[in-house]
Design a protein around this ligand. Structure first.
Ligand SMILES: [Fe+2]
Length: 371
């Protein structure tokens, strides 16, 4: 008799007014004992649904989370950001704490933590858009109103391939009031979100929304990312929709960056192919591109033009009805296709609102599949 898996796949029902076509809850999984057949189901579900939720995973150990993350790319050797996180000037540095006994897993969140997985007396800080956006929300209305903090892919984008997946476990979630998220880009777009929601959009949908002409542009354009991108962009400020930077000459000059190894600079296709469905994702880290290389070999070096071209093709994909805004419950484990979605944190917390998450991603053993 054939051995069966107990895992079942349940598509997320979009809330009223939403038109999302991705996201699924997987039930019946024993993530401490994943069989080959289980993993076949999980992997297929991931690439068909982009974001998977496993409920009630509060007992999943950091090691088991690492092992699950590694199953998607068994040849990996490095944490997704490698040593780049250590740079004190990097904008990623303040947001993450590494678990001492499982260094590929980081703790993120908000508030004081006395003792968690070998980390003692640490204080976590939920990233607030006021530290990154050019025109933040008026502090007087900050409690009830928020933004997309920074749409991104989890990737070092220098010297390392982008991680295939990220796993994100909600360990502790404060019970608190929801917020209204504003795009503040002149469209009037807004979204109701639970406080601290993580927002996702499908980059496959973003590609599908484009005109045939723009799809051709996306398929034939390459993106050159800045060297040491998170240091390079550390003084620059974001658009209010969190989808890329404003150009006012604040990027760190190359001469002031750590030594640049030309071979580590990433030039990636603008479209990345889904290994299971074959769909194309318009997959660009909105904040990190420095140049575009067009089909005819023309290199677009004007930063404002580069950002304008990328924003124009990405903005339709983050429309409110296309955003999956997760309402976290303790024990939720999200696994997402980091080659097929953009994601961002949202919200703001007070110091006493303690929130603890664990995340893991591992630099890809190979670069993304091109078109
Ligand atoms: Fe992330």
């Amino acid at each position: 008799m054939a051995i069966k898996s107990r895992i079942t796949v349940h598509k997320i029902t979009p809330p009223k007014g939403s038109d999302i076509d991705f996201g699924a809850e997987l039930r019946g999984a024993d993530l401490d004992n994943i069989t080959e057949l289980d993993f076949d189901i999980i992997r297929r579900a991931l690439y068909e649904n982009q974001v998977l939720i496993f409920k009630n995973q509060q007992n999943l150990s950091p090691k088991a989370q690492y092992e699950l993350t590694r199953l998607f790319d068994p040849a990996v050797t490095s944490y997704g950001h490698g040593a780049t996180l250590d740079a004190k000037k990097s904008i990623l540095h303040p947001d993450l704490k590494t678990i001492p006994h499982q260094p590929q897993v980081q703790v993120i969140g908000n508030g004081p933590i006395a003792d968690y997985e070998g980390l003692e007396n640490i204080t976590l800080k939920h990233p607030h858009h006021k530290t990154f956006h050019k025109h933040p929300i008026d502090p007087a209305s900050d409690r009830d109103h928020t933004r997309f903090y920074r749409w991104h892919i989890d990737a070092a984008l220098y010297g390392l391939h982008p991680p295939l997946v990220t796993t994100l476990l909600a360990v502790q979630v404060p019970q608190t009031s929801p917020q209204t998220l504003h795009y503040d880009d002149g469209t009037g777009d807004e979204l109701q979100v639970s406080r601290g929601s993580t927002a996702f959009v499908s980059s496959y949908r973003t590609y599908d929304l484009l005109s045939a002409e723009d799809q051709l542009f996306a398929r034939t354009t390459k993106v050159q990312y800045a060297p040491h991108p998170y240091i390079w962009m550390s003084r620059a400020k974001s658009r209010s929709d969190g989808l890329g930077l404003i150009s006012e000459g604040l990027e760190t000059p190359h001469a002031e960056l750590p030594r640049i190894e030309e071979g580590k600079i990433q030039v990636l296709p603008m479209c990345w192919r889904n290994p299971v469905t074959g769909r194309l994702a318009l997959q660009v880290h909105p904040s990190a591109p420095e140049k575009l290389i067009l089909a005819d070999g023309t290199v677009v070096e004007d930063l404002e033009a580069v950002r304008g071209m990328v924003h124009r093709v990405q903005r339709p994909g983050i429309a409110p009805h296309l955003v999956l805004a997760l309402e976290w419950e303790e024990g939720d484990l999200a696994v997402f296709n980091n080659h097929g979605v953009l994601h961002t944190v949202t919200g703001s917390f007070e110091q006493g609102e303690v929130r603890v998450f664990r995340q893991c991603n591992l630099a890809g053993s190979e670069g993304p599949l091109g078109p």
